[in-house]
Write a protein that binds this ligand. Structure first.
Ligand SMILES: [Zn+2]
Length: 63
């Protein structure tokens, strides 16, 4: 599983997401950024920073 915690990019935000595919995690994270944090333009840099923070999680039973 791949996981992204928004708090690693936006301090104080407790939103997080996980998926089997990192591309799906990144997609959801970009959507969250746009809806929750007013990122109306998706910069290359934003996607890059999200990808940097997508981590592996071995927590398979919680899926
Ligand atoms: Zn957030």
């Amino acid at each position: 599983m791949k996981q992204f915690e928004c708090g690693s990019l936006v301090p104080g935000c407790e939103w997080h997401t996980r998926s089997n595919e990192s591309a799906e995690v990144v997609h959801r994270a970009v959507e969250h950024m746009r809806l929750a944090h007013g990122e109306t333009f998706i910069r290359e840099n934003l996607v890059y920073n999200i990808k940097l923070r997508v981590v592996d999680t071995a927590d398979a039973k919680a899926a």
